[in-house]
Write a protein that binds this ligand. Structure first.
Ligand SMILES: [Mn+2]
Length: 157
């Protein structure tokens, strides 16, 4: 389960296949299907991939369209690893990230999504990445910490 503004499906970027923009491509290559949520920026290469070989292995939920949480949860297998790039959140609540995109999720939308996953699936692990702290602005740092705490809580409840 991939919460991100970007699909991170590039085959390589800036001369490496292990770029943070390639991590989901490597994941899919390991045979792990990926559900992307909150997407609002996709490169031409990634779009071609999603129309071709990636079609069966990637479920994409764009941020601007209305999807139900049930539709999203139904794409997942029983054991779910959650990865959160904090740029999935709207820049108004999460400005402290390297590649912000307007139009992202609110705090309560991501909590509702994680809660819906926890209700039907087993959360076996998670990470929260891409926080780039802004000196003097602590709110985004607290948000990232509390999101990690909330995911742990939902996973265990
Ligand atoms: Mn991202």
């Amino acid at each position: 389960m991939h919460f991100d503004a970007h699909t991170d499906l590039r085959d390589e970027f800036q001369g490496t296949r292990f770029h943070h923009g390639s991590v989901m491509r490597r994941t899919v290559e390991l045979g792990i299907p990926v559900t992307h949520v909150g997407i609002r920026s996709v490169s031409e290469e990634e779009m071609e991939y999603l129309k071709g070989k990636g079609k069966e292995k990637n479920s994409v939920f764009y941020a601007e369209r209305k999807h139900t949480l049930e539709e999203m949860v139904d794409t997942l297998r029983e054991n779910v690893y959650i990865t959160v790039d904090v740029d999935v959140l709207d820049s108004s609540v999460m400005p402290a990230t390297g590649t912000p995109e307007p139009g992202g999720l609110t705090w309560y939308q991501i909590l509702d999504a994680v809660r819906a996953i926890a209700a039907k699936k087993k959360i076996i692990g998670a990470d929260v990445v891409e926080l780039a702290p802004i000196p003097g602005m602590v709110a985004p740092d607290f948000l990232a910490a509390k999101l990690a705490y909330k995911i742990i809580g939902f996973a265990l409840s």
